[in-house]
Design a binder for this molecule. Structure first.
Ligand SMILES: N[C@@H](CCC(=O)N[C@@H](CS)C(=O)NCC(=O)O)C(=O)O
Length: 219
């Protein structure tokens, strides 16, 4: 059976687990122990990041986007990318900007004000809060949200009628991380709000979402 090394609360884990559930592909989920020191984990992924996918014959893939592209090609039904080349590229662009810019801004905003002590984010003492980083990353996040709002306007999913790899990729940011940080919901982004309610009702989302989501602990 396929093995997926990943963490319950990882946004990249959520992204991959939703695709597994959409495609109804069975897998064994494994939570890595001591992954930063364990030499066996470094053999799987020299970057020491999760998720990591191990195939039945032992071959390995990492990077959530690559894993999901592999799942899309190995289990093409239901399709999570459309046939039209431009539309495929448009959805990959949404996902890539999410991975490279949007998630890092959310992480930076989080770490500017909280210490991550799984499963809680503990608010930093006032003198350790990085106000400049909060301001910069809040601004960046709203720029991304405005663009995503425009991408979703008039669409059910980022892929129109098709629930796509981009929808899976943005699920954790838009339904978990930003609501936790108090950035969403926001009346400025009605299409994102409606999308969030739709995705929350999807069985694959319920299967892929963290069993124990992060929460904030005040000092
Ligand atoms: N670009 C990578 C990012 C993966 C990533 O940052 N994973 C986090 C978990 S959410 C991780 O392993 N962080 C290092 C750590 O927790 O020590 C991907 O898309 O798979």
């Amino acid at each position: 059976m396929l093995k997926l090394y990943n963490f319950d609360r990882s946004p990249y884990g959520v992204k991959v687990r939703i695709v597994f559930a959409e495609k109804n592909v069975p897998y064994e989920g494994i939570v890595p122990q001591n992954k930063n020191e364990d030499p066996e984990f470094a053999k799987l992924n020299p970057l020491r990041l999760t998720p990591v996918l191990v195939l039945d014959d032992g071959r390995v893939l990492y990077e959530s986007t690559i894993i999901n592209e592999y799942l899309e090609e190995a289990w093409p039904k239901p399709a999570m990318l459309p046939r039209d080349p431009y539309e495929r590229a448009r959805l990959r662009l949404i996902e890539d900007v999410g991975d490279q810019h949007f998630y890092p801004a959310i992480r930076a905003l989080t770490l500017a004000q909280y210490e991550f002590q799984p499963p809680v984010l503990v608010r930093k003492p006032a003198d350790q809060v990085d106000h400049k980083a909060i301001e910069e990353n809040t601004r960046k996040i709203h720029q991304h949200l405005a663009r995503l709002e425009a991408d979703l306007a008039g669409r059910t999913w980022f892929g129109g009628d098709l629930f796509s790899l981009a929808d899976a990729a943005l699920a954790a940011a838009l339904t978990l991380s930003l609501p936790l940080l108090g950035i969403l919901p926001d009346a400025k982004y009605p299409s994102i709000g409606a999308w969030g309610k739709r995705i929350a009702g999807r069985p694959s989302y319920r299967a892929g979402a963290p069993k124990e989501p992060a929460r904030i602990q005040e000092r």
